[in-house]
Design a protein. Sequence first.
Length: 84
Amino acid sequence: VKEKGIEIIEVSFLELKKYINLKKKHSNIEFMKSIINVNKKLLALNFTFVEGNVVEQFTLFKKFKVDGDNKILYVSVNEDFFFY
């Protein structure tokens, strides 16, 4: 992910299952629901930076798209999180 910077990253469901070492068989719909639930939890983790009277808030991912037809997850990291 770090090498891609803030570009949109495409991860197939098969690759994602390998990354997370998923042993249980999930239907496509069940797996999509799991991915969406993880993103909901990530969205709840917003980050806040305070400098004097300036407050900045943002989330980790700028884009999080689940394509069940093509079995691909598209994500891009918020540029505020990317460090060169």
